[in-house]
Design a protein around this ligand. Sequence first.
Ligand code: AGP
Length: 610
Amino acid sequence: MCGIVGYLGEREVVPLLIDGLRKMEYRGYDSAGVVVVRDHALAAVKAEGKLDRLVERLAQHPLHGLYGLGHTRWATHGAPSERNAHPVLDSRRRLALIHNGIIENFLELKRRLIGEGFTFSSDTDTEVVANLISSYLDGDLHAAVERARRELEGLYAFAVVSAESPEGEIIAVRQGPPLILGRGQEGRNEQFLASDPAALLAYTRDVVFLENGDLARLRRGSIEIWDKGGQPIERPTQRLNWDPIQAEKGGYKHFMLKEIHEQPQALQDTFGGRVDFETGEIHFDTLHLDRPTAAGLSRIHVLACGTSWHAALIGKFMIEELARLPVEVDYGSEYRYRDPIVDSSVLALGVSQSGETADTLSAMEAAKERGARLFAICNVLGSQATRISEGVVYTHAGPEIGVASTKAFTTQLVAFYQFALYLRQMRGMALEPAHLQALAHLPQAVTQALEQEQHLEEMARRHFRAENFLYLGRGINYPIALEGALKLKEISYIHAEGYPAGEMKHGPIALIDEHLPVVAIATGARVFDKVKSNMQEVKARDGKVIALTDRDPADLGVQVDEVIRVPRVHELLQPIVNVVPLQLLAYFIGLRRGADVDQPRNLAKSVTVE
Ligand code: AGP
């Protein structure tokens, strides 16, 4: 979704805004803009497209001042254009506003405001908020925003500045998408705000996560917060444990490639400190389930979207096998509309890298309202998913900047494995040493899989012109076929489909010919023979088989066209190793096709609207 940033202090504001927007550009890159308040005048510069276009425009029209706002947009209402770019000013040019989210009742408000003489120069829902606040502005921006927000429906986070404010102030409101405030360091008289902690890391580690319904006023010497009832309230200041370097490319050409290579360490960081190899026990410091509750659970509902949903499908295998608990996996966007059967014996588990995906959050809320115990697997400290849950298994992947999820996915799988072992333990079943040993070997196995990089770059050179791809997997690797296909779609815009290998003969086999590359995941013991016959079915129709396998090609028992070798690990952890070459294949094919692999078209890192 959009990225919003604000600063108020003693430093030149524009370089800080641009730096913050650069850190959040993965959230949306349809247009960008900044506004600066100086001598009670508003000055804004905007540009369609990537942030660099705005930087060029600012070089021609430099702005100076000590406080202002910045925005990078992912279009929902109003096509990507300069006319619809933020900051948006009210038609009387008294204030400027930046917004992330959707105002659901903007049309009826717009009609009323037009009746009051306001005019509109964009197609955005955002301009309605600017004019609505302006309609109430009578020297007190806080009071005007307080009145206006009571009339807004939808999920939104916005910040506003006014030329009429006696002293520098920024007013910000959160109702849904994230909004974080940053406190100046070492006696610096400054305040920050942003949609994402990564945008603030270079300036402060002391942040305040606003809750839904909060309204904040930032002034040089203070941060004041009011709750949804308009009552003053204190919110805790938290210290961020990420270092700014993590949010840089570290010498890699793209964040995606850097994050693919960070997986061995991210996996180690995610299970390290939770597995007591001495006692053979699993411990979580941010989640606790007592034994009676664990024993009393009837089922688990896992709720997620996109790549996190693929992780959930694999989590189902792990939990059902290790903890013998039935698991239902639902798309966040579908769950509450199917009226699920939930009671207090159900554990609902929301899975989200960002912790801000609106569809997943609304499904989590729906399960909680129906009485389920709510937990989360999440990568972002302080995000909404972690705040509405009674326990969290954090994936310690660090900031994931590339829009295509890679290290967050594999750390979600290792988090699921640990959670499944924890449930097993709390339900009175012993953990076998092999279960824990399997974890210890994982980072090394992934490092080995990464050594295929050059081989996959060459493979990409042979296949980047393909118009379609088919990925086949069985059992616990069917979701890896889905994930491999999703990565290729996201990064290269090639149409790709992941399919259960056994299902191919019931339809997709009609697609097979010499032009369709078919990636078949043939690892492990449980279903290998079945996948072998599925590869033979493809070869029988002159299809091109790329076998991803943990065996010597000579032992495959079928003549395939190309092979991707991966090391063998525990069957339940094999998907983590198997997905790595598929991430690299998608990366190199996307690169060959000239796609923007870190910021693919039409996508956004966390989708904070339904
Ligand atoms: C994956 O590469 C995509 N970025 C997308 O499918 C993503 O997984 C989905 O939007 C869910 O995001 P979340 O994990 O932050 O909730």
